[in-house]
Design a protein around this ligand. Structure first.
Ligand SMILES: *[C@@H]1O[C@H](CO)[C@@H](O)[C@H](O)[C@H]1NC(C)=O
Ligand SMILES: *[C@@H]1O[C@H](CO)[C@@H](O)[C@H](O)[C@H]1NC(C)=O
Ligand SMILES: *[C@@H]1O[C@H](CO)[C@@H](O)[C@H](O)[C@H]1NC(C)=O
Ligand SMILES: *[C@@H]1O[C@H](CO)[C@@H](O)[C@H](O)[C@H]1NC(C)=O
Ligand SMILES: *[C@@H]1O[C@H](CO)[C@@H](O)[C@H](O)[C@H]1NC(C)=O
Length: 831
């Protein structure tokens, strides 16, 4: 018996080996595919940047009959170029022509295509976080195109709380991207935006993100992605897999990713294991990704470097295929963060994986494309994919599935057929006057007025303040204004340029050699300058030497001697003193908030190429600031109370763990989420349409327990019901009359929060449920209407990660602080 089993096994093995070697011998190609070493596999892969080229001619699409003719081929022989056929059939035809080796090589981001079948190489990696960037393999500046419009980094753009503007920026970036593509300088698939929630204020990448609030981040994601992707008239179509795209955007980095390199390099993203609870995943970390895919129809997702609860994200089928493709119905492809697959074996050393193991696991978890970061020959899929096939660890069909996802997106974005709407775009569509003005507008609208003593230090009147001292390492900032993942700007307007163009005399003193400010240089010149000026504007804060990718902060104070220099300059100054801060993350500037000589504070994020222009417009009152903080600005001692590596958002009083973000931390802060002053004042009058809803529960509806406060005297039989069971058709409808009772016109964001019933324990203190931006002229009123789905607005995520609607009296709050207006909103269950 045992011998028979052995024999069968050997038979099976030999059959298997011969079959697999047959599979990998391409019948139509003479090149041998056997056991090539990793470097030789890639020797033919050198990517030639440039437009689709054949015989020195440039084309904007693969399926151009002339291009095929140039290559000695007849396009009519290739069904994948037959536009009368559905995408799915064309793609099947294309993939059917490819050898196994070709399939594998085309699963790397520098995809060689297949000249044999007329398929051009394609470089997947373009970045467009806030303008087309030259980070990545596909994009470069120089020769024909020297620059592209650089918008503020997202953390400042999101401060505008203006979804229409977010979409417009996305659209503008897509126009510049298409123009650059036509000229051979960019790809059509961009790996932007970064929509990770900022959980910890030390995170080095806060500048790239839309902040800490799940709703704000989600709305930003949807609008920026729609701006990048949508082609007018094709926002919604019957078959999403054929919806044309302007560019293809990517929702990244999925998920629970916000540790880069912290604590003397002890923790880094390539080894970090994010220990999270499902409740936090549902309530916080995954919300932007769900919106990005479901509402934004984002055509790609990137999995992050980190592990989650022991498993690398890029190898987790539950997080990837099951969630994106299953639950969220992704129409697009899944890409690894660059080298994520390699990181599984070399950094995480997960399950002692060999490269082949890692490929097999990530491919079967749903990964479609492997980005290899740096070297020419470091792409795991390309290097080891063939061995994975030979060893029988993956099916050829897995390759076909991944390629189908990839080519569907390339068809939609016009790589094969072009798109008449975009094919004529060129140099004149990059760095146009309108685009540069849009960048200035985003910076103006985003800049946040944090402090303004007696409401009257700012704005400065240029007829009274003629001589201005501009002090600090950022007063002449160029590169710091563009942040990271940026391109080469059309033209910088530095703060000095901006002030100098405002009809005032400027006197500039750097104060410290750089933002690190280890030494105060030439203090006397600084003091002399501020004593002789009518007003002083101090430019301090961070740059990429302090916070960036792979570099988290240890504390929240201003770097080096900045605080000392600011205080000395302020105390010596003759006229009013204004502090302008550049940073991505929050800063503990409580010394400046308290200092009576520092009359006003502005936060300018990293304001992009027009930063100086926008700052001067605000200082001199050409624009009335209306930006609001998208992050809580904590005190420095907050970060001493919790390690950056704890993922939990809720406080734990017993362990002295303070909780994270405005939704769970109720201690003192420097400036709260949503903070932002104006040169005018607004008053709200709120008129709710309804102050309660009856929610019908059927017999089959199950009630769910909630954690109740110990002093809760309401013991309902049915504290809450599962949202998924409810129809959820009710809305919370109300109008807010916004009266501008000051002397200046202004853009104002109305922010609406919900608070759960008093007796619910363990719930967010409050959560943002809606916001709208409105322009209100001085002395006038505007009415803003809200119709917010009641389930969405009042959702709580209970302990076991169900989304529930709680019975009882919720509160709807409009605005906050002294100016807040609220009304109760009762949820009553009817059995
Ligand atoms: C790969 O490159 C080598 C030399 O660099 C060349 O001889 C060979 O023909 C190329 N193979 C293909 C398939 O292009
Ligand atoms: C094609 O594009 C390349 C690279 O952008 C450029 O150098 C070349 O002049 C173009 N050729 C033609 C014929 O336009
Ligand atoms: C500002 O910096 C630029 C270089 O980025 C330099 O050329 C210029 O002279 C500086 N301006 C002043 C007033 O120092
Ligand atoms: C200010 O502008 C004037 C006129 O454009 C120019 O001559 C001067 O150099 C500028 N000053 C600085 C500090 O940039
Ligand atoms: C800072 O100043 C100290 C003392 O004046 C000097 O020794 C040191 O080299 C300076 N450091 C830098 C970075 O300039």
């Amino acid at each position: 018996m045992a011998n028979i089993v052995k024999l069968l096994f050997i038979l099976f093995l030999s059959f298997f080996i011969s079959t697999s070697s047959r599979i990998i011998t391409p019948s139509s190609s003479s090149s041998s595919s056997s056991s090539s070493s990793p470097s030789s596999v890639l020797s033919n892969l050198t990517y030639i940047p440039g437009p689709i080229q054949s015989n020195g001619k440039n084309y904007t699409r693969v399926c151009d009959p002339e291009r095929f003719a140039d290559m000695g081929l007849n396009m009519k022989d290739f069904a994948y170029c037959d536009k009368s056929l559905p995408y799915s059939v064309r793609i099947k035809d294309l993939i059917g022509r490819m050898t196994v080796k070709e399939k594998i090589l085309n699963l790397g981001d520098r995809a060689p295509g297949s000249g044999r079948v007329g398929l051009q190489n394609y470089n997947w990696w373009t970045e467009a976080l806030h303008g087309i960037s030259d980070v990545g393999h596909a994009t470069y500046f120089g020769d024909i195109i020297n620059s592209a419009t650089v918008f503020p980094t997202p953390i400042l753009t999101v401060s505008t709380f203006d979804p229409a503007l977010w979409r417009q920026i996305g659209h503008t970036v897509s126009i510049e991207g298409r123009a650059m593509y036509n000229l051979g300088h960019a790809g059509l698939t961009v790996w932007s935006p970064n929509i990770n929630i900022v959980r910890d204020p030390r995170w080095g990448r806060a500048l790239e993100t839309p902040g800490e609030d799940p709703l704000a981040v989600s709305v930003y994601a949807v609008n920026y992605v729609r701006g990048l992707q949508d082609v007018e008239g094709f926002e919604v179509v019957k078959d999403p897999n054929t919806r044309p795209l302007s560019l293809s955007a990517c929702c990244k980095h999925y998920t629970a990713y916000d540790v880069d390199q912290w604590y003397h390099e002890m923790y880094n993203r390539k080894e970090f294991d994010a220990r999270t609870m499902e409740r936090d995943m549902v309530e916080t970390f995954n919300r932007p990704f769900e919106s990005c895919v479901r509402e934004g129809d984002g055509s790609s997702i990137m999995c992050s470097y980190n592990k989650i609860n022991g498993v690398p994200v890029c190898a987790n089928p539950r997080l990837m295929s099951q969630t994106f493709r299953g639950e969220w119905d992704l129409h697009g492809y899944i890409v690894s963060d660059c080298d994520s697959v390699q990181v599984m074996t070399e950094n995480h050393k997960w399950l002692h994986d060999s490269p082949v193991d890692a490929i097999a696991q990530s491919l079967s978890a749903g990964l479609d494309l492997d980005c290899g970061c740096c070297g020419e020959s470091d792409n795991y899929f390309q290097n080891f994919g063939e061995s994975a096939i030979q060893q029988g660890r993956i099916r050829e069909k897995d390759l076909d599935n991944a390629l189908t996802n990839l080519y569907t997106v390339l068809m939609r974005v016009g790589f094969f057929d072009g798109n008449p709407l975009f094919d004529k775009l060129g140099l004149n569509d990059i760095c146009s006057k309108e685009h540069i003005e849009l960048s200035a507008k985003a910076a103006r609208e985003g800049i946040v007025l944090l402090k303004n003593n007696d409401n009257n230090v700012l704005p400065l009147d240029t007829s009274k303040f003629k001589k201005i001292a501009l002090i600090g390492p950022l007063a002449n900032a160029t590169e710091p204004m563009r942040g990271n993942y940026a391109g080469v700007p059309c033209k910088y307007i530095t703060p000095i340029d901006g002030f100098n163009a405002s009809n005032v005399q400027v006197d500039y003193q750097q104060g410290c050699a750089d933002v690190g400010c280890q030494n105060i240089s030439d203090l006397n010149s600084v003091l002399e300058s501020v004593k002789n000026a009518d007003a002083t504007v101090l430019f301090f804060g961070n740059d990429l030497s302090i916070e960036r990718e792979e570099f988290d902060r240890d504390g929240l104070k201003l770097p080096g001697e900045q605080e000392k220099l600011i205080t000395k300059a302020a105390e010596a100054a003759k006229g009013p003193v204004i502090l302008v801060l550049m940073s991505g993350g929050g800063l503990d500037v409580s010394f400046a908030e308290k200092h009576p000589k520092i009359g006003a504070i502005l936060w300018a994020g990293y304001p992009g190429e027009q930063g100086g222009h926008a700052i001067a417009d605000i200082v001199f009152g050409k624009y009335n600031p209306g930006g609001r903080l998208p992050l809580t600005w904590y005190h420095d001692d907050y970060v001493k109370q919790l390690p950056m590596t704890s993922l939990q958002l809720r406080p734990n009083k017993e362990f002295g763990y303070p909780g994270r973000t405005y939704r769970f931390f109720d201690g003192p802060v420097v400036y709260p989420f949503g903070h932002g002053l104006s040169y005018t004042q607004y008053k709200y009058t709120v008129k709710p349409k309804l102050s309660s809803i009856n929610v019908g529960l059927e017999k089959h509806h199950k009630c769910k327990d909630l954690s109740l406060k110990s002093n809760a005297n309401v013991i309902s039989e049915c504290p809450s019901a599962l949202i998924d069971d409810l129809k959820c058709e009710e809305t919370i409808s109300f109008s807010v009359e916004v009266a501008n009772v000051g002397k200046m016109d202004g853009d104002h964001t109305v922010m609406v929060y919900s608070k759960p019933p008093e007796f619910v324990d363990d719930a967010p203190i409050k959560q943002l449920i809606g916001f709208q931006k409105v322009f209100v002229p001085a002395g006038k009123k505007k009415v803003v209407k809200f119709d917010i789905n009641a389930c969405k607005a009042l959702t709580l995520v209970e302990k076991t990660a169900y989304k529930v609607l709680a019975e009882g009296q919720h509160t709807i709050v409009i605005g906050f602080g002294d100016d807040a207006v609220s009304f109760p909103f009762e949820v009553v269950f009817k059995k």
